[in-house]
Design a protein around this ligand. Structure first.
Ligand SMILES: Cc1cc2nc3c(=O)[nH]c(=O)nc-3n(C[C@H](O)[C@H](O)[C@H](O)COP(=O)(O)OP(=O)(O)OC[C@H]3O[C@@H](n4cnc5c(N)ncnc54)[C@H](O)[C@@H]3O)c2cc1C
Length: 385
């Protein structure tokens, strides 16, 4: 067992940090919690792309670098630690590109993967619908064949980053007669297609990062079917394994964690027993969470899809996020309730933002209950039937 990174990996971490420090100095973004999904910044994405850091693990023939999943873990950890605005390229890099690599046709790979790598293609994920969340097999959006095209009708909801997405990776029912999970297919839809419209959903934090997306007789060429027709349900399960590493929840709040420790030190709370205890407890949990996300990366490095490992990690890290936000609010006292924008707000409002926003993150990409179901079934062998 070896708990350390190699010298080369340590050097890569420093390279990423140097890059981020330099970019911050240029003044076009400020570190923030949750910037991975809310920080729309094409300029930043272009610069990351110029470094070759999007699609880092993908094969070179599609524009990737063929690097290890451990390098990718280091890169992601640092991006999140710095609260970098990675939203534009995140979904393409984290999962849509991976889905195209695993299931897409050669034509689709050649068309889209190099564009993702160059930071030119932003994606939204269209799984959930007004009546469909945890039970994804119940989705109602329809795709009907018409010559070389599919005609898509339906509504997606909670689509993250949809307001600036150029494509949607969506799931639609292609065989209404088949058992529910055997009649769903995956498509890439150009957001500019006729019949696509979106309405922003404003969440409890006031953020407009989510949208309802409507598909009204949208014609999608058959080459944008990802994988085999009617295999979409199995593909989305695979994709979700990659979405659920938990990394964003743990490290995405690192700017707040770091700031609240600094706040305690600078405001005479270092000797306060209650504060010490709470922050020490969070540090223990943070380090446990880190080991869980490292295991997810190791599983991927072994060429396996992380399954119960990523469910366990995401379930744990979202709960860490909630506890961190609560502790931060307690330490800040009434000032913690001030909103970003107030001239008296401490820590740029990160505590309140995280306190309000963290609730939703234990729903997104699979609720904590669903993730525990996966751990119970796949890790413990507890079948519910
Ligand atoms: C911040 C945020 C971002 C999101 N981004 C996206 C996105 O980009 N794309 C997208 O497609 N969707 C997105 N979603 C939607 C998200 O995937 C769903 O909210 C989630 O799957 C839960 O579905 P639901 O809200 O319909 O709740 P339901 O599925 O109706 O669940 C309601 C409650 O019942 C529990 N429950 C349901 N089934 C079971 C079961 N079998 N066992 C035990 N408990 C169960 C759940 O845990 C939950 O507590 C996002 C949601 C949020 C909050």
């Amino acid at each position: 067992m070896n708990f350390s990174f190699t010298e080369e990996q340590d050097r890569f971490r420093l390279e990423v940090r140097d890059f981020l420090e330099e970019e911050i100095k240029k003044g076009y973004w400020e570190p923030a919690c949750d910037a991975w999904v809310q920080g729309f910044n094409p300029e930043f994405t272009k610069r990351v792309a110029q470094r070759g850091w999007i699609g880092l693990t993908w094969p070179r023939e599609y524009g990737g670098q063929g690097r290890s999943h451990i390098d990718r873990l280091i890169l992601t950890e640092e991006m999140l630690r710095y609260g970098a605005p990675a939203a534009c390229h995140w979904f393409g890099d984290r999962q849509v590109g991976g889905a195209i690599l695993s299931f897409g046709s050669e034509e689709l790979k050649k068309e889209l993967l190099p564009r993702i790598v160059k930071g030119e293609a932003y994606f939204g994920l269209g799984m959930s619908e007004p009546g469909t969340g945890s039970d994804l097999a119940s989705l109602q959006t329809r795709a009907v064949e018409d010559g070389d095209y599919y005609v898509i009708n339906g509504q997606k909801t909670w689509t993250s980053c949809a307001s600036f997405s150029e494509y949607f990776d969506i799931y639609a029912r292609t065989d209404p007669e088949a058992p529910r999970h055997r009649g769903i297919s995956e498509f890439i839809v150009d957001a500019k297609s006729r019949g696509v419209s979106r309405i922003p959903m404003i969440d409890i934090t006031g953020t407009e990062a989510w949208n309802d997306v409507f598909f009204d007789n949208v014609r999608v060429h058959k080459r944008y079917l990802v994988g085999e027709k009617n295999r979409g349900f199995y593909q989305v399960l695979h994709q979700l394994d990659y979405e659920r590493s938990g990394m964003e929840r743990l490290m995405g709040n690192y700017p707040l964690f770091e700031a609240i420790i600094r706040f305690a030190k600078e405001n005479g709370l270092s000797g306060d027993l209650v504060t010490r205890n709470k922050l020490a407890q969070l540090q223990i949990e943070f380090e446990v969470g880190r080991l869980l996300i490292y295991r997810v990366a190791l599983v991927m490095e072994e060429g396996r899809a992380p399954n119960w490992e990523s469910s366990m990690s995401k379930a744990y890290c979202t709960e860490f996020e909630k506890r961190l936000a609560c502790v931060a609010m307690e330490i800040l006292g009434p000032y913690g309730q001030l909103k970003w924008g107030s001239k008296f707000v401490p820590l740029r409002g990160m505590a309140l933002h995280s306190y309000l926003g963290s609730k939703g993150y234990s729903l997104q990409a699979g609720t904590t209950e669903i993730l525990k179901n996966i751990v119970a079934l796949r890790r413990l062998g507890l079948s519910s039937s």
